[in-house]
Ligand binder design. Sequence first.
Ligand SMILES: C[S@@+](CC[C@H](N)C(=O)[O-])C[C@H]1O[C@@H](n2cnc3c(N)ncnc32)[C@H](O)[C@@H]1O
Length: 349
Amino acid sequence: MTESLFVSCTPGLEAPLAVELAALGLAARVVTGGCEVADAPQGSFVRVNVQSRLASRVAWRLGQLETPAALARLPVSALLGPGPFQLGISEEPGARCAVPAEVWRNAAVKAWGALGEGPELSFRLSRAGCAVSVDTSGALLYQRGARQETGKAPLRETLASGVLKLCGWKPGEPLWDVTCGSGTIVIEAAEQSLGLQPGRARPFAFQAFPSVTAQALDEARLPGPAVKTWLHGSDLNAGALGVARRNARRGGVFEAITLARVDATTLVRPQTAPGLIVANLPYGKRVGAKFDLHGLYQGVGAALRRGFSGWRFGFLLQEGEDALGLALDARAPVKNGGLWCQVVTGRVP
Ligand SMILES: C[S@@+](CC[C@H](N)C(=O)[O-])C[C@H]1O[C@@H](n2cnc3c(N)ncnc32)[C@H](O)[C@@H]1O
């Protein structure tokens, strides 16, 4: 038996997500907001939930039904347990279903009993009928379970990994996050270098499904190979560094990284092979009108030109990248906190 999945992600990460899914052996079709996977081997959603660093959520598509009467034939209890189930109904814009939502809801209650707390089913109504799927993730997948404290403008772990992917970073390449804040990017890099699965410590909605064994979850959580990598994080804010230190400790990666208080405009080349300078630079209105963003970007660019010839760079920012004074090889749009931003990448000449 195969299964069909919809794996959602932060807008802008769809293509890297398809590459990640391919590495998990799953052929994915990129659509806005995620990837569709048809004919995946049974239980694939367990591996995607536990091992994907970019996915926000994994929905398992149980069937496409033409009429409400067909609901009774879906083996929902065998797959998901006896219920009760939660039910969300949405309609595809401009493609009205001939059968009203209320009729589908009543048919669901008739087939599976009263709705309540439990696995979250969703009905997507369209001209073709009703697509039935169930959420297999539970809490959004950026919640890895280790980070309990955040800094001022923390990145979601999934976007931190997305930034690394868009920079083309892989374990083994030295990495320095020069505005690391609570450490999200450098901690993600450390987990990858140590072969730790992102979902090694958190619970998932699929654990309530009788069709999923504890052994399948344990197997998905097994670590991969470790690759020794120089990983460093720095920030001007000592409080943020304390948070980063505690998050790294909780995540079991403290020994794999170093942290220091450094002004990103005064960076000095470290004693390692050239690698990647990465940063989620401060941007936008959140930093306040008094903060000199232009001066910071100018200072970071100047520090790289002074001492980092041959290093690669990748910055997540909204605008103002000209102030870096560095030629860009690529820019990839990505959404952060509801705002379109970009990851700009290049190599210091
Ligand atoms: C958008 S936040 C980074 C958030 C981080 N990615 C996280 O997940 O927590 C920007 C960071 O830049 C730091 N920062 C601002 N000016 C700096 C400077 N001149 N040198 C180093 N860090 C600076 C701030 O303290 C803040 O932690």
